[in-house]
Design a protein around this ligand. Sequence first.
Ligand SMILES: Cc1cc2nc3c(=O)[nH]c(=O)nc-3n(C[C@H](O)[C@H](O)[C@H](O)COP(=O)(O)OP(=O)(O)OC[C@H]3O[C@@H](n4cnc5c(N)ncnc54)[C@H](O)[C@@H]3O)c2cc1C
Length: 537
Amino acid sequence: MSEPLTKPDHDVIIIGAGISGLYQLHCLRQLGLDVHVFESGTGVGGTWYWNRYPGARFDSESWSYGYSFSQELLDEWHWTEHFSPQPETLRYLNHVADKFDLRRDITFNARVVAAHYHEPTRSWRITLEDGSRRSARFLITAVGPLSAPTMPRIDGVESFKGQSFHTARWPKQPVSFEGKRVAVIGTGATGVQTIQEVAKTAGTLTIFQRTPNWCAPLHNAKISAEEMARIRARYPEIFARCQETFACFVHTPDPRGTFEVTEEAREAFWEKLYAEPGFGIWQGNFRDILVDRKANALLSDFVARKIRQRVKDQQVADKLIPKNHGFGTRRVPLETRYYEVYNQPNVTLVDISATPIQRITPTGLATSDAQYEFDIIIYATGFDAITGSFDRIDIRGVDGLALKERWKEGPQTYLGVQVEGFPNMFMVMGPHTALGNIPRSIEYNVEWVTGIIRHMVAHGLTRAECRPEGVKAWTDHVKGLGEGLLSNEVDSWMTGINRNVEGKQTRIIARYSGSAPAYRARCDEVAAQGYREVSLS
Ligand SMILES: Cc1cc2nc3c(=O)[nH]c(=O)nc-3n(C[C@H](O)[C@H](O)[C@H](O)COP(=O)(O)OP(=O)(O)OC[C@H]3O[C@@H](n4cnc5c(N)ncnc54)[C@H](O)[C@@H]3O)c2cc1C
């Protein structure tokens, strides 16, 4: 690498030691670079380090979620369940960190509060929460699409005298619900997982629901040693399939349209999908269910019938059936006997769209029509998704331009990897990249970033910045892909809405909604042309 005026402390700084940061560290080390990771947690794992709430687990098949880059790792790791629980996933990521000796280049308990680009030295200077500073030629953000938790904007949260937890900041020591009066606020994917677990032991469980979500059965099962051996033998086939499918899952849309089959065939197909494990009913359904209003309404009706069959009290069932969005237009929580929880005598559902929570009190909470007393309040109120972790860092590019300012009308990116005015900064799992079964996208993203850095090192280049025309083209492309999608007509974290975060009340296109193979093809093309589209010097 050619020498700038002063040599930075490192070649590369990575923010975050989740699946993205760990793999990025591993890949860049192979180039012989000095790479350092700063992680605000006290251990590796990101999502799987923070989300220790009861019932936390994958909705992706475990064996399609793990890293694919190391044959040795694939050969030695035994997933014990088809949808791994959080403790096992965390063990897996610790195993990866040990196996590839990653910890020696990670500083834990180190929150990055600022990252400023310095043009004269073509480097980034980061500041940690404790005031210390480091510099590097390249800055890689691996800060996570779902890692900035949000609390509800309700008065009195601090006044509660019992125990209270946000699901993504769950304590390391176990929490007992035995005989306790427990409240769960929020019924997204995390709320659903929490509720079905807490209901097993809580004295009473009161669920505060603002928007019901369309949930579908997970159908989890254990994996025996013999079955794991069979899965191992199929790994090449599994990963090849994930490369081909729309969103890197083992499931992909059925080529048929909803109305191209008879009613009997349609019902039979949906019954089959409802009885199968994983996201098949969402990701492997008829090709038009997320774009054709009538098809979507029919499928929603099918799932509504299932909810009515499973919940005894039809008034409660009605509250659990979404009315403001169709099936699959928001992230579908997968569940295990979630709806049956509402048949338990100790469980109450409160619709807070009808009777909003007005304040948290020292002993519980007050809605517009009742007072409740609790021992434990669980906030399953989710994340400031995709851009939230960026917003929490003071990131400044050329001439002190703030990233938040650049993105005030919504993210603008080049391939979801770079931002104009922020040279030498690369994003892994930033806005506008293919998400889906995320580790598959992470591996691609990380390898692409490694590729461009390898190219720069080989050619003695020290500055990489995307061009305005590249940013416009990619941002327009991503916006275009969103047109016609029913999911983009719905308020959700996927459209950038979070009622608990100031300034996040307008829908934006933060997500790339095209196919993962198309995303990779575009990025491959850029690499094959020697990154000519990026301004390198
Ligand atoms: C409960 C839950 C279940 C999920 N289930 C699935 C699933 O089944 N399938 C799927 O594909 N995806 C799932 N996801 C998405 C999941 O986030 C990704 O699969 C994946 O873990 C993302 O990895 P990452 O490394 O990019 O980000 P993360 O795992 O979020 O890691 C980012 C890291 O960056 C750190 N960080 C952020 N900001 C700073 C800062 N300023 N300074 C220092 N460190 C910082 C964070 O502490 C964190 O450790 C789930 C997410 C959640 C929350």
